[in-house]
Write a protein that binds this ligand. Structure first.
Ligand code: UDP
Ligand code: MG
Length: 311
């Protein structure tokens, strides 16, 4: 049975946020007079979160929860929600109230104008460390430079998705999840609204620096082959330089006769091998990039609409 709206909330040690979060989300969803579910994903919390979610699901039939066997990380937790939600429209929101629940109404309204994805773009983010803001900013700028997919900058995962997009996402079984990249890659009509990001309501960030670095690497490796091409480029640059140095070595040996015995053959051999090695690694990289593209198992294309029968 399908419902109008699913709200997916990943939960990792959010016991102090759950009561307020639940109240604000329920209030918004009820004011929109839709059939809805709040789908909480407990991502291996070690505090009282799970017990609270179970209690809520018993007292409120709009609340569902999925309890993962351990901490899999934010992106996988959201994926578990996407795979198992019932809504025609699906919202992804953080549990710490940094994404204001009241904005869901605006996201939903914008979607009705004919968009399949409406993401919320942060105008500013308060209460986060300068280092976090700076690294995020630099990372998003680099990522857009080196990918072919237009991944929006300054957005988290707070967004609303149409069922069409959710169904495609479910068919993207790649191991490294970088949802905002995947959603950008899927296409259809996408737009954004802007908002001011609040401070975390309570508790601590579950995103350690190591988790952030992993997310950044997943984003880059899933949507760019540029790092793999680096060896090829370096190989050709080094080979070019090698050629010039080799010419000089031969000149010094045979024409100006200004040389140390043995140097010519040695330097030519070293440079030549260096260049060949880099190019060879580059060739392997080219194959690797194709292998990794196939391993990702993304569909080759996505049909939005057609007037004929398609599979
Ligand atoms: N989260 C999760 N698993 C994790 C880390 C975080 O499900 O391993 C959830 C967390 O409960 C929150 C959302 O992901 O709902 C965003 O996490 P957080 O607020 O800690 O990240 P930040 O806003 O600091 O980037
Ligand atoms: Mg947060």
């Amino acid at each position: 049975m399908s419902i109008d709206l699913s709200i997916i909330i990943p939960i990792y040690n959010e016991q102090d946020n759950i009561p307020v979060l639940y109240n604000r989300l329920s209030k918004v969803a009820q004011s929109m007079s839709l059939s809805y579910e709040l789908l909480f994903i407990n991502d291996g919390s070690v505090d009282a979160s799970l017990g609270m979610l179970i209690a809520l699901s018993q007292s409120d039939s709009n609340v569902n929860y999925i309890n993962l066997s351990r901490n899999f990380g934010h992106q996988i937790a959201v994926t578990a929600g996407i795979d198992n939600c019932k809504g025609d429209a699906v919202v992804i929101i953080d549990a710490d109230l940094q994404d204001p629940p009241e904005l869901i109404e605006d996201l939903y309204r914008k979607m009705q104008e004919g968009f399949e994805v409406v993401y919320a773009r942060r105008r500013n983010r308060s209460g986060e460390s300068i280092l976090k803001k700076a690294t995020a900013k630099i990372f998003y700028r680099i990522l857009t430079k080196i990918t072919t997919v237009k991944i929006p900058v300054d957005t988290g995962d707070f967004r609303i998705l149409d069922r069409k997009v959710v169904n495609v996402l479910k068919n993207m079984p790649e191991q490294q999840k970088y949802l905002r990249g995947q959603i950008a890659w899927i296409g259809f009509n996408q737009t954004h609204i802007e908002y001011d990001r609040d401070e975390r309501h309570a508790g601590h960030t579950g995103y350690t620096y190591s988790k952030m670095i992993r997310l950044a690497l997943d984003g880059i490796t899933s949507f760019s082959n540029l790092p793999l091409k680096f060896a090829t480029i370096a190989g050709f640059v080094v080979s070019g330089i090698t050629f010039l140095v080799a010419l000089y070595a031969l000149y010094a040996r045979f024409i100006s006769k200004d040389y140390v015995p043995g140097w010519t053959s040695l330097i030519i051999a070293v440079l030549f091998i260096g260049g060949v090695q880099l190019i060879t690694i580059g060739i392997i990289g080219e194959y690797m990039s194709r292998v990794s593209a196939n391993v990702r198992n993304r569909p080759l294309y996505i049909i939005d609409s057609t007037n004929t029968n398609v599979e």
